[in-house]
Design a protein around this ligand. Structure first.
Ligand SMILES: [Zn+2]
Length: 307
C-alpha cells in the first residue's frame, strides 16, 4: 500500500549519534491514551516543543497512512526510559487506536526499517520501564504482519504487500450444456403423384368460316316481273333485309352455303324455275335451294353480295 513519508518535522529532544552503539532493536510505543484523543499532528508538535524532553524516531498513523520521521536514525531519540535502550534502538510511536490501518502502516514502516537495518526484533516499551505503553498494541501480531510487507532499501513509504492478495477466484462457469438436438426426422416423402396429364383438348379444327350468306346467293324467279324482282332482291340482299321482298314477291327463301353447292342448286333451280312453279326464291342453303327446286322455280339467278 505504501504510506506518506514526512521528514520535514524535527524533534528537538534527542542526542547526536549513538555513542558508538549499533542499532539492534525496535521499541514500540503508543503515543498516548486513546481516551485523551491524541492526534498525529499533536504528537508531532509536542516532539517539536523544546519543553517536551522526549522524542521518537517515527510517529505513524493509519489516518491518511502517514509516517513522520522526527529524529535521524543515526541519532539517539529519547523514548525508552532506558539510556542503553535508547542508544541501541529505533523508537516508533503508533496510533493508540490500533485500527487495522494503523497496524498496516506500522507493519510497512517496520518492514522498511528492517530493510535498511536488518531484521531487528520488536520490543515493548514496557520491556524497559514500568509503563502502560504500548497500550493495546499487539506487538506479536504487528511483528508477524510486518513480514508480509516488502520494502525498498531507501524508498521509505514505497512498500507494499509481500504476499499478494489472492485473486478473487471466480468459479468457472459450468459449461453450457447444449442439449443434443433431436435428430431431424425427415418424413418419408410421399410418393410423388404422377401428374395427371393435362388432357389435351382435342384439336378442334376450326370450321371453315361460313361464307356470308350474303356473298353467294341464288335467287330464283318466275319468268314474269323478272327484272323488278331481281332488282328488288339485289337491293334486299345488299341492305340485309329480306322481309319486304319475301312478303311481296318471294314466297320461299332457301340458302346455299358453298359455291359448289350453289352451282349445283343453280342448275337444278334453273330447271325448276323454267317450270314456273314459284315467283322467286332466294336460295342461300343447299336444302333451301333443293326445296326451291322441288317447289319449281322458273328462273334462278346467282347474285353475289360482293358485287
Ligand atoms: Zn512508550
Amino acid at each position: 500500500m505504501s504510506y506518506k513519508y514526512e521528514t520535514q518535522h524535527n524533534a528537538v529532544s534527542f542526542t547526536q549519534g549513538r555513542n558508538g552503539k549499533a542499532i539492534d532493536k525496535i521499541v514500540i510505543h503508543w503515543w498516548g491514551d486513546p481516551a485523551t484523543n491524541p492526534s498525529y499532528a499533536g504528537v508531532i508538535n509536542w516532539f517539536k516543543n523544546p519543553s517536551a524532553g522526549t522524542s521518537a524516531h517515527f510517529v505513524a498513523t493509519g489516518t491518511n497512512r502517514s509516517v513522520a520521521q522526527l529524529v535521524d536514525l543515526r541519532n539517539t531519540a529519547w523514548h525508552a526510559g532506558d539510556w542503553n535502550a535508547n542508544l541501541t534502538s529505533i523508537g516508533v510511536e503508533l496510533d493508540p487506536r490500533c485500527r487495522p490501518e494503523d497496524y498496516d502502516v506500522a507493519a510497512e514502516l517496520i518492514a522498511d526499517i528492517r530493510s535498511a537495518y536488518g531484521d531487528l526484533p520488536l520490543y515493548w516499551h514496557s520491556d524497559f520501564v514500568a509503563t502502560r505503553c504500548p497500550g493495546n498494541w499487539d506487538v506479536v501480531k504487528l511483528d508477524k504482519l510486518s513480514y508480509t510487507k516488502y520494502s525498498h532499501l531507501t524508498d521509505w513509504g514505497k512498500g507494499g504487500n509481500k504476499v499478494p492478495t489472492p485473486p478473487v477466484v471466480v468459479p468457472p462457469k459450468p459449461p453450457v450444456v447444449t442439449p443434443p438436438k433431436p435428430p431431424v426426422v425427415v418424413p418419408p416423402k410421399e410418393p410423388t403423384p404422377v401428374p395427371t396429364p393435362t388432357p389435351v383438348p382435342p384439336v378442334i379444327k376450326p370450321e371453315p368460316p361460313k361464307e356470308n350468306p350474303k356473298e353467294d346467293i341464288i335467287v330464283a324467279f318466275t319468268a314474269k316481273d323478272q327484272a323488278v324482282l331481281q332488282a328488288q332482291a339485289q337491293g334486299v340482299i345488299n341492305s340485309g333485309n329480306f322481309a319486304p321482298v319475301i312478303s311481296d314477291h318471294i314466297k320461299t327463301v332457301a340458302y346455299f352455303v358453298t359455291d359448289s353447292l350453289a352451282v349445283l342448286a343453280t342448275l337444278v333451280l334453273t330447271v325448276l324455275g323454267i317450270l314456273g312453279v314459284m315467283d322467286a326464291i332466294l336460295a342461300l342453303t343447299l336444302n333451301g335451294a333443293i326445296v326451291a327446286a322441288l317447289i319449281g322455280f322458273k328462273q334462278i339467278f346467282r347474285i353475289s353480295s360482293k358485287k
